[in-house]
Design a protein around this ligand. Sequence first.
Ligand code: AMP
Ligand code: MN
Ligand code: ZN
Length: 868
Amino acid sequence: MSQPVEDNGEHDELVRENIQVMRKRVEEMTRTGAALVRESNGLPKSGADFELYNSYPTFNAFMKRSEERLNALIGKITKSIGCAMRLPDVGSSIEHYTECVIEAQDNIAERVATLHGVLKKAERDTIVKVPEFITKAGPTNRKTEAEVAEAMKTFSANIGTVLAAKFRERREEAAQMVVHEKPQRTYNITSDNSSAPFASKLTVKHHAVERRSGIVVVDDNESGQRDWISASAETEEEHPYIAEMLHFKVPEKQLKSVTPQKFKTLTETPLTIVDTKEKLESLRDKLNSVEEFSVDLEHHEMRTYLGLTCLIQISTRDEDFIIDPFPMWDRIGILNEPFTNPNILKVFHGSDNDVLWLQRDFGVHVVNLFDTYVAMKKLKYPKFSLAYLAFRFADVVLDKQYQLADWRARPLRNAMINYAREDTHYLLYSYDMLREQLLQQGHKDLENVYAESNDLCIRVYKKPVFNPKGYMTEIKFRFTLNNRQDFALTSLYRWRDIVARAEDESPQFVLPNHMLLSLAETLPRDVGGIYVCCNPLPYFVKQRTGDILKIMVEARDIKLEKAERSVKEKTDAQEARGVMNDSMDYITSVLKSKIDFSHTKFDEERGELDIDKNEEMKEILEKDHKESLLSVLESSSVAPNPEAMTVVEKGKKPDNKKIGKLLNELDKFVTPFECYQMMLIAKQKQEEEDREEAERKRLEEGDKPKTMFSHHDAAVVRKPEFDPKILNVDNLKVEATEAEEQQKETTMEEQAEPPIFDPSRFSDDQIMSKKAIKRKMQAARRNIDVSVVLGETSSCSDPKKIKTEEESGEVEEFDYNKADSSEFEKPVSDPNAAFDPFHQKYRLKNKSKKNNSMKKSSNRTGTINYKK
Ligand code: AMP
Ligand code: MN
Ligand code: ZN
């Protein structure tokens, strides 16, 4: 690697050239890297729009392809630098990828450090042996745990380990940023999430101007473009400092050119974490005594309805402060004093939100503001970010990775404190520079920046008002919804807002937009269906699945009005569905559930099967009918003519009559459950045949039929002890009126099952449709009534039926004295004996068998006598 070189001049030249080439490469990489970051920042973000976009097939497919490419690239890079590793599977979570990259970084850092040490040694020794594992590092995943541990020990306390430790710290930090309890609860921070208008939290009005005769003097001579009246008229409630704002004149000192005062380095600047009342009061006193200070806020939105200020950063020329507002939420208001002092300048960057958050959470108002963002706009800078400002004037690169961090996390991590601190640290110097540039550009421009900044302060915080049709702008639709879906969307949208207010959560946390849309589009019928639409399952969806189900049921109850949709809309909807359930193909989706199609590609709400989609249509047309469902119909005795069943032919107009006929045939298609039933019946028939066969054989062999069976006997020979004819309800004879007889007959006809099996062996609910069972039950009741009218004893012990007997007044009184008690000894003779709609006889017979052939009879009052 480093050979002794004779010609030192030549060698130096070579090194210089190499360094230059390297530098160029690094610059190029930095540029491309910056461009990459910029571009990737433009992509929809997870938790914001990403999930919704991702439900679009085009986007989803693109992202999948990109991930595959990136995955391959990472593989190539890690391999080429000698630390090939097992990459996460495509589709893995971002954490898996981060782990992988960090591991590679650790590896590189360690090897750089080792090389560094080796080269250092090389300056002393002439011959250097670079350890082989560095030049030919094997894949990390092939190293054993022990090897890794050993390597860690060997290189501890070198630069690489320090770097690796830093990466690890980052990871741990991320893990510690998990908030376990909402600060609203921990610190008892309450918010009025009701729809009542916002009530100002201002308790003491510092720096109030004297209001002579209560008339507000409108002073807008200074800047022609200002319209104070309309600005104040826009607000629902008057700004507590409206008079002060209108009277406000920018102090002369802020309009003069002054030599910019360079910021102190972070190490030179004391930092105070303000987390007690005392520290806060001391800060207020300090701020009251300075000429200017800069301010920034960190904010959290996801787990709160209105939003929550998490940090207030303040920098004076000499000091940095970070206020943790949680432990003294109601005391922050005392800062209103320096904040509304018109002689103290407040510098913010992009204060639109900050000003309103201060009003909302603390009743702090701002008078005398300079917004660096407004100034950058006025100066027509190429970019307007704080990072660009700091880079331009302080030559620092702000690490904005914490911008979207969960700022509620406590204790505050050093990295986050440093990040937050830098947001205000360079602002006062930047203000100086901007002010000078504005003055150079023209005095008016500086004044206008002050004026526009004050326009931002004059706005009043207003609570969000629920807009029932807010989803029209908030959620991007894939296609027009039908009236049911629209109802569901409206209801869910309202439900979400109500829950969010009650639980102090953001509507997005309760139910993200893409899930809301998915629910409204598919209208799932069951909890499972809801869960499919909401993955990962949001907490409140799980908690209140019932609410959602209710909305779904209500939506489905609405009469469907057909809405015309464009082909593109249909395709989009179909494809969106495909993306959501891409593990399920068409056939499985139809077979999967007869009841709830909501989790399948079949769009129930559209009410039509998507065979009009070109490819699927082709498939149907090109298939030979013998391979299709039609072949089943053909093989049956009533096989339709294949010609007659060709409904659509290429190049010919479709025959609507035939299509209707086909659909009719398809309606007759046996459902899977019916298949199961038939299979069951066929199986039992087979068993019955086997049994008969076995019996026949035994009889031939001279065996008496066995009546008692044990578990040693095969199941097929254990013939049940009853006469199947008695049980054959459909063969029973009922002595009734002719009309009834006729009715019975038609009923029987309707009930008649295909001769392929004997239905008598099975209970009604196994073989009969609900309708048929109902009819049968009705017939049964009629027959019972007949027996009662005739004054016959009923074999029916059902108390309900007995009640019917008692209700009918036509029944003769029964004289027990005249009655022949021997009657009870005789077997019951009943003209309706053959009729046993509820298999009473079967049950009774079995029972009496158990009770040693006890006979059962019932008297008129319904008591049952058992006689030997
Ligand atoms: P900053 O002014 O950059 O310190 O941001 C203040 C707060 O605004 C942060 O704590 C975030 O809550 C929020 N914020 C800033 N930038 C974004 C963004 N791009 N998207 C969503 N929220 C943001
Ligand atoms: Mn900010
Ligand atoms: Zn900030």
